[in-house]
Write a protein that binds this ligand. Sequence first.
Ligand SMILES: Nc1nc2c(ncn2[C@@H]2O[C@H](COP(=O)(O)OP(=O)(O)OP(=O)(O)O)[C@@H](O)[C@H]2O)c(=O)[nH]1
Ligand SMILES: [Mg+2]
Length: 437
Amino acid sequence: MSDTIFALSSAPGRAGVAVIRVSGPSAGGCTCALTGGALPSPRTAVLQRLRDVAGQPIDQALVLWFPGPASFSGEDMVEFHVHGGRAIVARVLAALSKMPGCRPAEPGEFTRRAVENGKFDLTQAEALKDLIDAETESQRIQALDQYGGALSTLYEDWRARLIRASAWAEAEIDFADEEVPLDLQGRSKAATSEIIQEIQRHLADSQRGELVREGMFLTLIGPPNAGKSSMLNALAKRDVAIVAETPGTTRDVLEARLDLGGYAVIVADTAGLRDVADAVENEGVRRALARAESSDLVLLLLDGSSPEPFEGLPSGIAGGASLTVWNKSDLPWPAPRKGLRLSLKTGEGFEQVLAAVEAKVAERLDLPREAPVLTRARHRYALEQAVAALKRALAVSETELFAEDLRLAARWLGRITGRIDIEELLDVIFRDFCIGK
Ligand SMILES: Nc1nc2c(ncn2[C@@H]2O[C@H](COP(=O)(O)OP(=O)(O)OP(=O)(O)O)[C@@H](O)[C@H]2O)c(=O)[nH]1
Ligand SMILES: [Mg+2]
């Protein structure tokens, strides 16, 4: 019999309400012990006074009883909604820890039990963590879609079709000496090619799902004093970077995680590009270029009032700048400029620049609504392995080897949803699954 686990499920700290959850065989016993009465009706909120073992009142609480298996974890569960004071929460947790068979939950343990009890699969457990972590609309929508089973359905469908195709191939081995009525081998190969194409289409998504989930990188780059740090502060609506008249103020890469048009974007401010003798500033320039090279978008910010021509971005930055913006439109400009006009001093043009940045982000990340997208490197790796096995299968002539490679590919797909090798995967996935800590 498993332990009964408990934890504060709402964020720690002072709040109007705090939710403490208990899951396991003693959840009902804990409820009766704390309330001093019978179990409430299932799934009905009941206001009850909680008392400790000595009979001292702790708080008035809403008690919700969820008998298994119709609960989040699949086990008997109870939720205590207490007033969210630290002393109250500490007292309830202390009372629970004294109950026989009860112990504090490990991070992610409620969800882990839900997976083990078949309430949902691994992609849904990952989506639950993404939902809790979602900071932007796109992350929320994507996570909710995955939590609803969009990826599970897709991967399980491929897996089921592969298992069927390998069964066809094996049937042909069994019937080797007899007349096989249908071209099973041919059907099996056709199904395999079709699945390869579908997985490859799913893989060729420019990593949009992963970028939505993890955030995409936007780098501000340009000559010293152009206003890059002012731009970061304006986008972040707070003082992230030091702004000063001295060219060469910024030397490190500074970043802020922002919500731009509903997407998570990590915006980096960098050192102004110029050739100098100063070793520290040179290192700053090297880092600026390295960051721009590895970014998804590059915003080139130039000083429109400066008479010195900008030599252009080094060729290392593939694709060049995604956007060119000329700052300091409040000052006289020596020549007309090609690109967006902006004054970070007066705010003129800022809305247009913001809209242009958001449009670039959306263009890169806008997700096709019809098909679920790949959201994790773990899934990508398994899908690539599956495709490799399927391609090998099509290249061999022996039916046994063909069927074996198909089963191997099905195994890789099963690893994504957790149909196989579940124990090993659970450890990896739930290690950092931790709410409010
Ligand atoms: N007149 C005017 N001054 C601006 C504008 N934007 C920024 N500045 C000023 O330009 C100077 C440089 O701004 P920063 O934001 O530090 O420029 P930077 O590109 O980060 O400079 P480095 O870190 O040295 O590369 C500061 O004195 C700002 O106040 C603008 O639109 N108009
Ligand atoms: Mg700066």
